[in-house]
Write a protein that binds this ligand. Structure first.
Ligand SMILES: [Zn+2]
Length: 80
């Protein structure tokens, strides 16, 4: 929880933790969330935490949890 802080835009209530920025209101912050600059920051920060990156890839249907060697993947493709 953020304490209201009159020194910050929007009293410090509309914060982007990825970019370390404060916004005047929720709609300005939401617009910021859609920017490439923000999404790039999100990617970089999630890349720093391996388990989060895997979760994101699974959610996007781009990959699967793979903690073992690639040999297992080759086996399953042979079966197809
Ligand atoms: Zn941001």
């Amino acid at each position: 929880m953020q304490e209201p802080n009159s020194d910050l835009p929007g009293l410090g209530q509309f914060y982007c933790l990825h970019c370390d920025r404060y916004f005047n209101n929720a709609s300005v912050r939401d617009d910021h969330y859609k920017t490439k600059k923000h999404k790039k920051r999100v990617k970089i920060m999630e890349g720093a935490a391996p388990h989060n990156q895997i979760d994101a890839e699974v959610a996007a249907g781009m990959g699967h949890p793979d903690n073992g060697p690639r040999l297992q993947v080759e086996d399953s493709s042979m079966a197809l």
